[in-house]
Design a protein around this ligand. Structure first.
Ligand SMILES: [Zn+2]
Length: 332
């Protein structure tokens, strides 16, 4: 089967196909005329990926799961054709029309976070079965931030004040620290963002609010657990120093789930029990020696949130006063 780069959405595969010796022809997947390569050039990767699924009447077609979880193809139709061809020619126990789910090993990783959440919210908390799963294989520092890196944190200026001072921009004292997604009540962590706009979203600033923005400088090199690992699947498969694709996929699935819960906005009607699982994970990160965590902001798509376990690791060096003049709210 001859395929073209346009049948893929995944940037690494696209670039890899574009970098191969290509011939002019018709893509047997999308029908377009142009540069094509033989499917065998990328087949090893797909065979390994497809081997992580098994027939399951309660599942969904493999092309749908792969598209939804990994966004590799330019459309479900391309996913169907390319994966269908590979499944037909190789010895798989299921076909493109069968319903499948991830194999047990991956499924275990998919469920472990939900099980932990249920346990610490409804069964037992401080001596949970957290040890039954090898969290240490996945949760460890994976990113360094250097001394001197600048982050931001904002607070809405109370009506009776003109501005806030540097010392008022840090985290609240322990006796005033309410619980958050990352920190338990009474144990303050420093929540920062990698850009100013994200801080406005994170504090839910509204039109005409006056806001103080603190500029925070990191005081020493820090090791963080970044839950938003952006490494590409195809890239990971082809890089020499990587473990198996299955380990990589498990890691990514687990981090995606934890990250989604970490970045869920706090709501007025939340109970603190909702925050217990993510607090526990943060405690675990701290226990492994990490200085903090990182995850994507769900309120501002391009922003990253940074949580430092020790407030002295970042120092507020300047405070700017801003007024919120433009608010974009869209519904769906
Ligand atoms: Zn094509």
């Amino acid at each position: 089967m001859k395929i073209c780069a346009n049948c893929f959405n995944d940037i690494e595969i696209k670039e890899s196909v574009e970098g191969m010796p290509r011939e002019n022809g018709i893509c047997e997947c999308c029908g377009a005329e142009g540069d094509v390569v033989d499917i065998s050039e990328v087949e090893d990767f797909f065979c390994e990926l497809l081997s992580l699924f098994e027939k399951d009447d309660n599942g969904r077609p493999v092309s749908v799961i792969i598209e939804q979880d990994w966004n590799i193809f330019s459309s479900i139709a391309s996913s169907d054709k390319i994966l269908g061809d590979i499944l037909n020619r190789n010895n798989f126990a299921y076909s493109i029309n069968d319903n499948v789910s991830y194999i047990q090993d991956v499924k275990e990783c998919l469920n472990v976070w939900d099980e932990l959440k249920k346990e610490v919210q409804t069964e037992k908390r401080y001596f949970s079965n957290v040890g039954a799963f090898d969290w240490s294989a996945y949760i460890k520092s994976n990113v360094k931030i250097n001394k001197g890196t600048v982050y931001y944190r904002s607070r809405v200026i109370p009506a009776d004040k003109k501005e806030l001072k540097r010392k008022e921009m840090g985290c609240p004292p322990a006796d005033k620290a309410t619980a958050g997604r990352a920190n338990p009540i009474g144990i303050p962590y420093l929540y920062l963002c990698d850009n100013i706009d994200t801080t406005f979203y994170e504090i839910r600033a509204v039109y005409l609010d006056k806001v103080s923005v603190g500029r925070f400088v990191i005081q020493r090199d820090l090791d963080l657990v970044d839950f938003n690992t952006s490494t590409n699947l195809f890239y990971a498969f082809n890089s020499e120093n990587n473990d198996d694709l299955i380990e990589f996929i498990k890691h990514k699935i687990l981090f995606k789930k934890i990250s989604a819960d970490l970045s869920k906005p706090l709501r007025r009607y939340d109970t603190e029990i909702e925050y217990v699982p993510t607090q526990l994970i943060c405690e675990y990160c701290k226990h492994t020696g990490a200085d903090g965590i990182m995850f994507k902001s769900s309120l501002h798509q391009t922003g990253t949130n940074i949580v430092l376990f020790n407030k002295d690791d970042a120092k507020c060096t300047k405070v700017y006063t801003k007024e919120i003049t433009n608010v974009t709210i869209t519904g769906k």
